[in-house]
Design a protein around this ligand. Structure first.
Ligand code: SF4
Ligand code: SF4
Length: 375
């Protein structure tokens, strides 16, 4: 395989926070065993061996850690993982690391390690103290904004690369530009905004935090205005979704599975080494196998892996004639639903953004193309 991508849950669904909208707590509760426990050294070793066996000579391997809260596996786990990766990388693959953390456990030692090993650190910050503290609470129900922004300062001081991850809830959707500007004020130049998920077994839109397609469309347009203004004045900030649309408009491949409209680019490894096809599908019915079992490339060929890819290829019929298909590709499988055919829950939001900002996306793509041609 040219690229081997792992999303690893070294502390399974364990977490030191109790975010009210946590999709992984909801998902894990639907499994026979909610927590698969903290990953052992033996399981990490089997995972590393599988990754370096599957990758082609000179290919690329990425390890992204997530949870639950991955730091609960302990700093020594991460030090050992990175050291073993170095020792086992006999094919000289390009290795990259990322971690998505709530930031509570980050201290100076963590910050130094993450900077030294060049982890891309995704730090969850919901854009505004009041909104963040309403949803992102600790086990005692207290808001965490002050503690997380202190962790951010430690990471910045250590020179770690930090990407803010802001969950777009109903409340956050009404203050897109405030969230964006607050994150900028904290010195963040890379941001990712992700639509809040409703619980798996509940209908869409029924929670206090639920995002609706209408609100999401409003949010994306307002955020785009602020982002475009900055780009126009030479003050570029990376917003992952918009960057991706510009790259697609330039003819480059999609940067995420959702904008590619295609699943199957990644293996999720739970704490006990069980493999799943996606973070949103870590459920018993979607088990692919186990690290150290069948070779990675064979896991998509039958059983759950094959079913998952077949479902992914069933795109909404309306996408075929949609003028925005080149940018949107039908979106994420998790947002699709069946009602007289397959549809994407957020289609209305995407169309609203593209109708509103498509001309400006094309303008930026043309300017980037000129810039690349002149280099
Ligand atoms: S905007 Fe809607 S119809 Fe168009 S490609 Fe996206 S999901 Fe499909
Ligand atoms: S379901 Fe969505 S997030 Fe998961 S692999 Fe497919 S496109 Fe990616």
């Amino acid at each position: 395989m040219k690229f081997v991508n792992f999303l690893i849950k070294p502390a399974s669904s364990l977490c030191n926070m109790r975010c009210r909208y946590c999709f992984y707590a909801d998902e894990a509760a639907l499994r026979e065993a909610a927590s698969a426990g903290v990953m052992s050294g033996g399981t990490a070793e089997a995972l590393l061996r599988a990754a370096f066996e599957a990758v082609d000579e000179g290919g690329a391997v990425s390890f992204a850690f997530q949870g639950g809260e991955p730091t609960l596996a302990g700093l020594d786990f991460f030090r050992g993982f990175a050291a073993r990766a170095e020792a086992l990388n006999r094919k000289r693959a390009r290795v990259s690391y990322a971690i998505q953390t709530n930031g509570l456990a980050i201290d100076a030692d963590w910050a130094a390690f993450l900077a030294e090993r060049r982890f891309l650190v995704g730090l969850s910050l919901d854009g505004d103290k009041a909104v963040h503290d309403e949803f992102r609470v600790d086990a005692a129900g207290r808001g965490t904004w002050n503690r997380v922004t202190r962790s951010l300062a430690l990471l910045q001081r250590a020179g770690a690369e930090v990407n803010a991850l802001c969950v777009v809830t109903r409340r956050c959707a009404r203050m897109a530009q405030r969230a964006y500007n607050n994150l900028k004020r904290l010195g963040l130049r890379h941001m990712q905004f992700i639509a809040c998920l409703d619980p798996l077994e509940a209908g869409r839109g029924g929670e206090a935090y639920s995002l609706t397609p209408e609100l999401y469309g409003e949010f994306l347009c307002s955020l785009f205005d602020a982002w475009y203004r900055d780009w126009k004045s030479g003050n570029y900030v990376s917003v992952r979704l918009f960057d991706d649309y510009v790259h697609l408009a330039m003819g480059f491949p999609a940067g995420t599975c959702a904008t590619a409209g295609a699943c199957g680019g990644c293996f999720v490894a739970e704490g006990d080494g069980t493999l799943y096809p996606c973070d949103f599908y870590c459920l018993d019915e979607w088990r692919l196998g186990h690290v150290g079992g069948a070779p990675l490339e064979s896991l998509w060929l039958d059983g759950a892996g094959r079913r998952f890819l077949e479902n992914s290829s069933r795109r909404p019929a309306e996408c075929e004639s949609c003028r925005w298909r080149r940018l949107c590709n039908g979106g994420c499988q998790r947002d699709r639903y069946v009602s007289d055919g397959v549809h994407n829950y957020y289609c209305e939001a995407f169309k609203r953004l593209f109708d509103y900002a498509g001309g400006r996306i094309a303008e930026i793509a043309a300017a980037e193309r000129r810039y690349l041609a002149g280099r």
